[in-house]
Design a protein around this ligand. Structure first.
Ligand code: SAM
Length: 316
């Protein structure tokens, strides 16, 4: 239940307008949420398990003047679970400029708005970017309230390198553009993190196996939920498994290991002579070798030897 409270919220040196006290419940206990400063709060919510929400997220959702939700019905379930009664406003991918302008006006008037998506972190393959952009352009405060995201949950459980990863989100739904995008991703020296719809997973794996080869991969399904499963194997093995099974149910993250050092070497060497010949046409052997070594990442000494050979051949 909300009560009137005339305390003033302070955040840094910003002073917010007096706001209502707000509460939430957790573990059967009622807690009061302190007032928050005006601004746009980007609040991460669970990706399945309702326990995966932070205390700060609950406090922010309870104290905000309104919650902007991708689907108000989905967010209602979370709010009901935690006894939060903050009014909801629909804000989804089709929300146009008029809706954004209204939200910016509310922020300008000193309100606090919390943006959530159906699950996980808003703006990550979810709506919100344009609103954040507009808030920043209007010099309004934007505050992250971090928490769950399927991409990171899947990455840490996949068993693939985590030192570098590349978040791709959803690949194009149609085969041609999807294969073209996979080609473009092939040389990236990082674990690839892809969101995929269950009914497209089998064809996506088939394309990925054909284009990226037998890289280690993982399918993380229904993370944090009852049917959480992680399957690991080479891309071709996973593609064959999925081809022989009914369409999987639930939500899926596909992760693919970076190209092996051998594959990267082969990729770098492909077309090496052509690159060197083009460089030799404009530079000395030494400079051409340095240029191509920088471009390909191949050892300078080896490139220099090859450049020298090519220069001699062309001089004969
Ligand atoms: N903003 C969200 C986030 O931070 O994770 C992602 C939203 S995107 C529209 C939804 C996609 O995230 C799903 O299609 C699936 O690929 C992935 N996803 C969401 N929840 C998941 C879960 N519990 N397990 C596996 N993948 C999930």
């Amino acid at each position: 239940m909300r009560q009137i409270d005339n305390r003033t919220a302070r955040a840094g040196n910003r002073i917010a307008s007096p706001r209502k006290a707000a509460s939430f419940t957790a573990f059967g206990l009622a807690a009061e949420a302190d007032p928050i400063a005006p601004g746009l709060y980007l609040v991460a919510t669970p990706i399945g398990n309702l326990g995966d929400v932070t205390l700060r997220a609950l406090k922010t959702l309870a104290a905000a003047d309104a919650i902007l939700a991708e689907d108000t019905r989905v967010t209602k379930t979370l709010l009901a679970h935690y006894g939060i009664t903050t009014p909801l406003v629909a804000y989804h991918e089709h929300s146009g400029e008029a809706v954004r302008d209204r939200m910016i006006e509310r922020l300008r008037a000193g309100q606090s708005l919390a943006l959530v998506s159906d699950a996980g972190t808003p703006l990550v393959s979810d709506p919100g970017y344009r609103l954040v952009e507009a808030a920043i352009a209007a010099a309004l405060p934007v505050v992250p309230i971090p928490g769950a995201s399927a991409a990171l949950a899947a990455l840490v459980v996949a068993g693939l390198p985590t030192d570098r990863f590349f978040f791709e989100g959803f690949l194009p739904a149609k085969t041609g553009p999807r294969r073209a995008r996979l080609e473009a991703l092939a040389a990236i020296p990082a674990t690839l993190v892809l969101y995929e719809a269950p009914h497209r997973l089998a064809e996506c794996l088939k394309d990925a196996a054909e284009i990226l080869g037998q890289r280690p991969a993982a399918i993380a399904r229904e993370l944090t939920k009852l049917h959480e499963t992680v399957r690991r194997g080479a891309l071709g093995e996973l593609a064959a498994l999925l081809a022989g099974e009914p369409t999987p149910k639930g939500e899926i993250v596909l992760l693919i290991a970076p190209p092996s050092p051998e594959a990267r070497q082969a990729e770098a060497e492909a077309g090496l002579d052509e690159k060197l010949k083009a460089a030799l046409a404009r530079h000395t052997v030494k400079d051409a070798a340095a240029l191509v070594a920088g471009e390909t990442g191949l050892p300078r000494r080896d490139i220099y030897a090859r450049a020298l050979g090519l220069a001699r051949e062309s001089g004969e």
